[in-house]
Design a protein around this ligand. Structure first.
Ligand SMILES: Cc1cc2nc3c(=O)[nH]c(=O)nc-3n(C[C@H](O)[C@H](O)[C@H](O)COP(=O)(O)OP(=O)(O)OC[C@H]3O[C@@H](n4cnc5c(N)ncnc54)[C@H](O)[C@@H]3O)c2cc1C
Ligand SMILES: *[C@@H]1O[C@H](CO)[C@@H](O)[C@H](O)[C@H]1NC(C)=O
Ligand SMILES: *[C@@H]1O[C@H](CO)[C@@H](O)[C@H](O)[C@H]1NC(C)=O
Ligand SMILES: *[C@@H]1O[C@H](CO)[C@@H](O)[C@H](O)[C@H]1NC(C)=O
Ligand SMILES: *[C@@H]1O[C@H](CO)[C@@H](O)[C@H](O)[C@H]1NC(C)=O
Ligand SMILES: *[C@@H]1O[C@H](CO)[C@@H](O)[C@H](O)[C@H]1NC(C)=O
Ligand SMILES: *[C@@H]1O[C@H](CO)[C@@H](O)[C@H](O)[C@H]1NC(C)=O
Ligand SMILES: *[C@@H]1O[C@H](CO)[C@@H](O)[C@H](O)[C@H]1NC(C)=O
Length: 618
């Protein structure tokens, strides 16, 4: 192991040496590892933990994971699905990003949470399990010239990552999903909603009354996601707990592997190149700092009483590969900090250009999301839990005692049905609606739960934005730890996005016109919300004023054909024009899938791990 401590090492911290493999300080790394690390993974997030787990299946591979955020161990908010709204924004587990002004949103800057904790965004996300369509993956295959990314070749990886579990209430799920398209032995738990609600029954009646576009679909994860089916969530049914890449791929049995070290509070600035291989720069050394956050801080402060040097940088090296899994915002940031990107952009921040790849940080895609609200004539909604701490405490106690409380569902899993509707636009379905029995999911509309009332929310996610709805991640400073400029280009494709979103909102309005809602929906929560007879101009104004980010960022390390000038990585996810460096996270997807992005990220990371193992196990 070559780990150079520029920080003065004292014996004090080694007293804190931890027995489990989640290490709180670089001094906790054993000093007796006989070899270099074979692999360093930058980011212990959704994808990073998959790669870490699969690589350490081979006892000959020594792997170090460097995660900028704190450990997730023992944090209830990250385990209890209904506490999801307390995980972000602006918590210790969030990077707290905000977009630059979005012209498509009347110039507004909107919040953009990202997981800053072991498990990454899988530890704080909304838990919807939605893979996208066959057409998405066949398009990736066509675009990259690699059939390995096609739906038929990726389905085994979706299954490999998945552990489909019984729902928390153990109800009979026959007819609510298609077992043929699911995996039951993976490490990411998935389940159907754990309790039926008034809302679920209403949706079933409503779609049957309406018919047409509101058709039923047995399983939205079969590759054909059009229609209405039961929402699947990344919740482990039997324990009623959130499934994250940490809870699954970093479970205790894996943490005990002697060839794995996971260092939290370790934020990577850049990778450095000391030589070349086959005529291209080779990247073997990772530079990082220790963040004075999380559990580490008190130990660190103790240390600081003696001699503090908190800003110091550490380095660690590999003899096989550095794998960047820092996510769609931070992976391009680390690449640019390392001299890999657009030479003129790098030079403008005084960074020497080493690899000329102008697409680093470009092609940032997101979904756009809009939520409508109605007042309802029922107290079976989540609103009371949000505003009454006694009820929250009771619910939490019930979760601890029984793991079966109805509230063990995520609030999105209370959205029992989800919809997609095909509007002619390439091969992709155009939007995806989620239904929830609550007002104001804080991330999406501003403001807290109102003091009274019960609400229904229906969101429409623009899941196939136009190809011009793309933005970028750019450096704002030469400081490698500064916050980058993030432009997800929401509703930026003027030819397509607004028209699709308008159709989406109209479809939602048609849905709530079904007779089934008659005695349930009392009226719109907000009088400015468009009704059935709103004009297109009124709808457009509402959409521009109320749309938010969908949080499904991809594209900034886009894969393209091997040898193509455009793009950042080859179809095997190796960084172009460089050696020893690979990207494995959502940033490699060249277009946003029509599902949500977590399931595709798990599947692509499973495939990436196989690609890496195949090369290095020779
Ligand atoms: C609030 C929210 C809700 C969401 N809900 C859903 C949902 O319901 N369903 C769904 O499918 N998708 C959802 N998503 C999207 C989905 O979670 C992400 O697309 C996916 O988890 C991304 O995985 P990743 O591996 O690319 O990145 P991440 O999981 O974000 O992992 C990146 C990791 O790298 C670490 N890191 C970053 N920079 C550095 C550095 N310099 N040094 C060291 N470590 C670093 C980060 O702290 C993080 O742990 C949601 C996203 C958000 C933000
Ligand atoms: C995000 O904000 C929270 C609350 O202010 C803070 O605790 C956390 O450290 C911030 N995250 C980062 C990465 O700075
Ligand atoms: C791949 O894309 C090209 C256009 O870019 C198209 O002509 C071709 O039919 C596509 N092939 C498949 C299999 O989708
Ligand atoms: C579940 O329901 C299906 C059909 O509704 C039925 O055939 C099956 O026997 C039930 N399973 C159990 C365990 O009750
Ligand atoms: C909820 O509504 C039901 C039926 O209208 C009523 O019996 C019950 O008391 C209400 N519960 C609360 C907590 O308001
Ligand atoms: C809060 O919830 C508790 C427990 O369910 C209930 O007794 C109390 O009346 C509620 N408070 C309000 C203000 O509704
Ligand atoms: C970018 O840098 C400028 C100048 O230092 C600063 O004013 C601005 O707040 C920075 N933007 C972000 C998103 O940090
Ligand atoms: C919408 O317009 C139709 C006729 O154009 C009318 O019958 C209906 O009442 C109107 N609905 C609303 C909600 O205004």
């Amino acid at each position: 192991m070559r780990l150079s401590y520029k920080l003065a090492v004292t014996q004090i911290l080694s007293l804190l040496h931890s027995s489990a493999a989640v290490l709180l300080s670089p001094q906790d790394l054993p000093h007796v590892v006989s070899t270099n690390y074979d692999f360093i993974i930058v980011g212990g997030g959704t994808a990073g933990n998959v790669v870490e787990n699969r690589l350490t299946e081979n006892p000959n591979f020594n792997v170090l994971v460097l995660e900028a955020g704190p450990s997730d161990a023992g944090v209830l908010a990250l385990q209890v699905p209904f506490l999801n709204p307390t995980t972000n924004p602006r918590t210790p587990w969030d990077w707290n990003y905000t977009t630059v002004a979005q012209p498509g949103l009347n110039g507004a800057s909107v919040g953009l949470p990202r997981g800053h904790v072991l498990g990454g965004t899988s530890s704080i996300k909304g838990m919807v399990y939605a893979r996208g369509s066959k057409a998405d993956f066949d398009r990736y295959a066509n675009f990259t010239g690699d059939e390995g990314w096609s739906w038929d070749n990726m389905l085994p990886y979706f299954k490999k990552s998945e552990k489909f579990t019984p729902p928390s209430d153990r109800h009979n799920t026959t007819g609510q999903f298609d077992p043929m398209v699911h995996g039951f032995d993976g490490l990411n738990s998935v389940s159907l909603p754990g309790a039926s609600t008034v809302l679920g029954g209403r949706f079933e009646v409503a779609i049957d009354q309406l018919g047409g576009e509101f058709m039923r679909n047995l399983d939205l994860n079969s590759g054909s996601p059009l229609g209405f089916g039961w929402m699947q969530a990344t919740i482990d049914g039997p324990s009623a707990s959130r499934s994250s890449s940490s809870s699954g791929y970093l479970a205790r049995e894996f943490l005990l592997r002697p060839n794995l070290h996971v260092l939290v509070n370790a934020q990577v600035s850049r990778v450095t190149s000391e030589g070349s291989q086959d005529g291209v720069p080779e990247f073997k050394t990772v530079e990082f700092r220790v963040n004075g956050g999380g559990d580490y801080v008190s130990f660190f402060l103790l240390f600081c009483l003696l001699k503090c040097d908190i800003g110091s940088l550490f380095t660690a090296s590999v003899n096989k590969e550095v794998i960047l899994s820092a996510g769609t915002i931070n992976t391009p940031q680390v690449l640019m900090n390392s001299g890999i990107g657009s030479p003129s952009h790098l030079n403008s921040h005084g960074i020497q250009s080493i690899v000329d790849l102008p697409d680093v940080g470009e092609n940032l895609f997101d979904h756009a999301l809009i939520t409508l609200y109605w007042r309802v004539n029922s107290n079976e909604t989540y609103d009371d839990y949000r505003r009454n701490s006694t009820r929250q405490d009771e619910a939490l106690q019930a979760w601890k005692d029984m793991r079966q409380a109805p509230e063990s569902r995520s609030m999105w899993a209370s959205c029992v049905l989800s919809a997609l509707r095909n509007i002619p636009h390439g091969e992709c379905p155009s939007f995806h609606a989620n239904f929830g029995a609550l007002k104001h999911e804080q991330n999406f509309r501003l403001g807290p739960t109102p003091p009274a009332g019960n609400y229904l929310s229906i969101s429409a996610l623009l899941s196939s934005p136009g190809d011009n709805a793309r933005g970028s991640v750019k450096l704002n400073s030469s400081d490698p730890f500064s916050i980058p400029l993030i432009d997800p280009g929401i509703l930026a494709d003027n030819a397509i996005d607004l028209a699709l979103m308008r159709e989406a909102v109209k479809s939602v309005l048609r849905l709530v016109s079904a007779p089934a809602w008659g005695d349930y929906i009392l009226g719109p929560e907000d009088s400015t919300q468009p009704g059935f007879n709103a004009t297109d101009a009124e709808l457009d104004a509402f959409i521009r004023g109320n749309t938010r980010a969908g949080y499904h960022l991809v594209g900034t390390s886009s894969m393209t054909r091997k040898g193509a000038e455009a793009g950042v990585v080859d179809p095997d996810l190796r960084v172009k024009k460089a050696a020893g460096l690979r990207v494995v996270d959502a940033s490699v997807l060249p277009f946003v899938p029509t599902g949500h992005t977590q399931a595709p990220t798990y599947a692509l990371a499973e495939r990436a791990a196989d690609l890496i193992k195949a090369i290095h196990s020779l």
